[in-house]
Design a protein around this ligand. Structure first.
Ligand code: COD
Ligand code: ATP
Length: 217
């Protein structure tokens, strides 16, 4: 088995890359999705977030209010408090899932997609070097990352100028909490550049997949 970390800043195209590797047969674990599952009502992480941040982060139906949490985390500068609750639980869940995949398929390529592989400082003490055999970075110019974030949030709605500016500011606040690409690059085994068409990304994934598959054996 090969444990691959797939990282890249907000809007870089990690999920798009993950989908392309999954189509080749990689087992993809999306940290954002695992985080969302663990934040559901009834989960320990949900209870700890409410205990820490108060009822203002809970919607009437009991779900966490992600916009309120984002405001507290990024605009009020309390993201480390949120990370300290969520990241250890996400990392522990990933460890269990990886062990389970290894038992069923010892030659699997398991890909953990996360914006925060190098930044996550709240795991079980195992640093990224122990968690992964290879790291892939997806890069894109900063203005492209921000534009993709805004487009995804807009979700086909027409934005006012003020709404657009607020989303751009939100993207910039989140990027400021992520290690810049030029610092990540020397730590990575492979760099995929996502500054053109998705077909160009697909071509890069097609080149890399056989290398990963052989290394997994
Ligand atoms: C603050 C929250 C509630 C905002 O939710 P929202 O639905 O608006 O955003 P979503 O989760 O889809 O994240 C979108 C992108 O924001 C960036 N981002 C999210 N959390 C963080 C963080 N803690 N630090 C830096 N960037 C982050 C990532 O690029 C991510 O892909 C949510 O992002 C969260 O719980 N974050 C903390 C957990 C975390 O680190 N998640 C990311 C990897 S596990
Ligand atoms: N090469 C591309 N051309 C056009 N759109 C793209 C390209 N790559 C990604 N996108 C779009 O940009 C948005 C962000 O891409 P994606 O979700 O893959 O990035 P991400 O790195 O996972 O982002 P985040 O960390 O914010 O979750 C998506 O809506 C995606 O469809």
């Amino acid at each position: 088995m090969l444990r691959v970390g797939l990282t890249g800043g907000l809007g870089s195209g990690k999920s798009t890359v993950a989908g392309l590797f999954a189509a080749h047969g990689a087992h993809v674990l999306q940290s954002d999705a695992i985080g969302r599952e663990l934040m559901e009502p009834g989960q320990d992480v949900h209870a700890r977030i409410v205990a820490h941040f108060g009822n203002e982060v809970v919607l009437p139906d009991g779900q966490l209010d992600r916009s309120a949490l984002a405001r507290i985390a990024f605009a009020e500068g309390r993201v480390e408090e949120l990370n300290a609750i969520i990241h250890p639980a996400v990392i522990a869940r990933q460890k269990d899932l990886i062990e389970d995949i290894a038992l069923r398929n010892p030659a699997a390529v398991v890909m953990v997609e996360s914006a925060l592989i190098f930044e996550a400082a709240h795991g079980d003490g195992a640093q990224w070097q122990q968690r992964f055999d290879r790291i892939i970075l997806v890069t894109a110019p900063e203005e492209m990352k921000i534009a993709r974030f805004v487009r995804r949030c807009a979700d086909d709605r027409k934005l006012t100028e003020a709404q657009r500016e607020e989303l751009e500011a939100e993207a910039a606040r989140r990027l400021a909490r992520q290690m810049p690409d030029d610092q990540k690059m020397p730590l990575c085994d492979y760099v995929l550049t996502n500054d053109g068409a998705v077909t160009e990304l697909e071509w890069q994934v097609d080149q890399l997949w056989p290398i990963l598959r052989i290394a997994a054996r």
